[in-house]
Design a binder for this molecule. Structure first.
Ligand SMILES: C[S@@+](CC[C@H](N)C(=O)[O-])C[C@H]1O[C@@H](n2cnc3c(N)ncnc32)[C@H](O)[C@@H]1O
Length: 301
C-alpha cells in the first residue's frame, strides 16, 4: 500500500490509519511461516507468545532493506536466491537468544576442577579435549580455558595441553566470540587475580573493554555447527562437553536427539554438562548422573 506523506495521522480516516498501523505488524500467518521455518531449521520452538519478540527483532531488517512491511520481507527471505540465503543466516542470528556470562552456573566449573579433571588425570589423559556446544559470544569456552589454565598451574605436569572446540549456529555471535572483547562490566564480578591474569584492559578511556589474553584464546577453535545436522561427526571424541542453556529452546524429542548425537561425540568415561534447568528423561543412553545436570558416559553408544 502506498502512503501519502502529506497526511498526518489525525487527517486520515480511522480505517486508513489502522491499515497504516497494521502494515508494520507481523500477522499470525506471517509469524507461523517464520516460526515453522525456525523450528525446522534450528529446532528452536516458537510458540505464539514469541510473535512480538520476532516482530521487534526483525523490525530493523525491514528498515535496512527498505521494505514497507513484513510481507515483503517474507517474500524476500524465502525466495531461494543467494541473497535470500544470506538473509536467512541473518534472520537466524537475530532470532536466537545468546544470553551468557563468564563462570555462568559456577558449581559446574567447581565440579570440573574438583572431580572431572582429577578423574581424567587418573585415567592418564594427557590432553583433555573439550567442546563448548552452543557457545554464544564466547564467555563459556573462555571460562573453560581459564579453568584449565588454573588447574594446570596448580597441578604441574598432570596435563601437557588441552584443546577447546566452541560452536554455535549464529555467525554473528561467533564473530563476537572470536574477537574476545567484552564490556568492562562483564568481568567486574570476577576475582581480581583471574581478571589480572587472563584479561587486558583497553587503554582508550572512550572505548573501555576487557580483552581475553592470547594464551587463553589460542587454545580455542570456533566453528559454526547446527544441532539439527543429522550427525555432528566431531572427531576425535571429547572428554568434556558443555551444552548448556540451549536444549530448553527445543521440544523433548529434539532435545533427546541432540543429546544422543552429543553422547556419540563423547569418549567413554567423558562428561556431559547440561544447563541447570535441563534434564534427561527416560532415555536408553549409556550415561549416568554424577552431579546436578552432569552426566558420565559409561559405555560405547
Ligand atoms: C542462551 S545461549 C547459551 C550460551 C552458553 N552455553 C551458556 O550457557 O551461557 C544459547 C546458544 O545456543 C545457540 N543455538 C540455538 N539453536 C542452535 C542450534 N540449532 N545449533 C547450534 N546452536 C544453537 C544460540 O545461537 C545461542 O548462542
Amino acid at each position: 500500500m502506498s502512503t501519502n506523506p502529506k497526511l498526518t495521522e489525525k487527517e486520515i480516516s480511522p480505517t486508513l490509519a489502522a491499515g497504516l498501523y497494521t502494515q508494520k505488524q507481523l500477522s499470525q500467518e506471517q509469524f507461523k511461516k517464520i516460526a515453522t521455518f525456525m523450528e525446522k531449521t534450528t529446532g528452536i520452538k516458537m510458540p505464539d507468545s514469541k510473535r512480538t519478540m520476532i516482530q521487534s527483532r526483525l523490525a530493523n531488517r525491514l528498515k535496512v532493506l527498505h521494505f514497507n512491511d513484513y510481507a515483503q520481507y517474507i517474500d524476500y527471505v524465502f525466495s531461494s536466491s543467494d541473497r535470500a540465503n544470506e538473509e536467512i543466516v541473518m534472520m537466524i542470528d537475530l532470532l536466537t537468544t545468546n544470553l551468557t556470562h563468564f563462570f555462568r552456573e559456577k558449581p559446574h566449573f567447581d565440579f570440573m576442577t574438583a572431580t572431572v579433571l582429577p578423574h581424567l588425570a587418573e585415567c592418564e589423559i594427557k590432553c583433555p579435549a573439550i567442546w563448548s556446544a552452543g557457545c554464544s559470544s564466547g564467555e563459556e569456552p573462555y571460562t573453560l580455558s581459564i579453568v584449565m589454565k588454573e588447574f594446570m598451574a596448580a597441578h604441574r605436569g598432570v596435563f601437557t595441553d588441552y584443546s577447546i572446540l566452541a560452536t554455535d549456529i549464529s555467525s554473528r555471535i561467533l564473530s563476537k566470540a572470536v574477537e574476545g572483547l567484552y564490556p568492562l562490566e562483564s568481568v567486574d564480578k570476577l576475582p581480581y587475580d583471574i581478571k589480572h591474569k587472563y584479561f587486558l584492559k583497553s587503554k582508550n578511556p572512550d572505548k573501555p573493554y576487557a580483552k581475553v589474553k592470547n594464551e587463553v584464546r589460542q587454545k580455542i577453535q570456533f566453528d559454526r555447527l547446527n544441532f539439527m545436522d543429522s550427525s555432528f561427526n566431531i572427531r576425535p571424541k571429547k572428554n568434556i562437553i558443555f551444552c548448556r542453556n540451549v536444549l530448553i529452546y527445543f521440544d523433548k524429542p529434539t532435545q533427546l536427539d541432540v543429546i544422543r548425537k552429543l553422547v556419540d561425540c563423547l569418549e567413554v568415561g567423558g562428561f556431559l554438562f547440561l544447563g541447570h534447568s535441563e534434564t534427561i528423561f527416560g532415555s536408553d543412553l549409556p550415561i549416568k548422573t554424577v552431579s546436578t545436570t552432569v552426566f558420565q558416559k559409561i559405555k560405547e553408544s
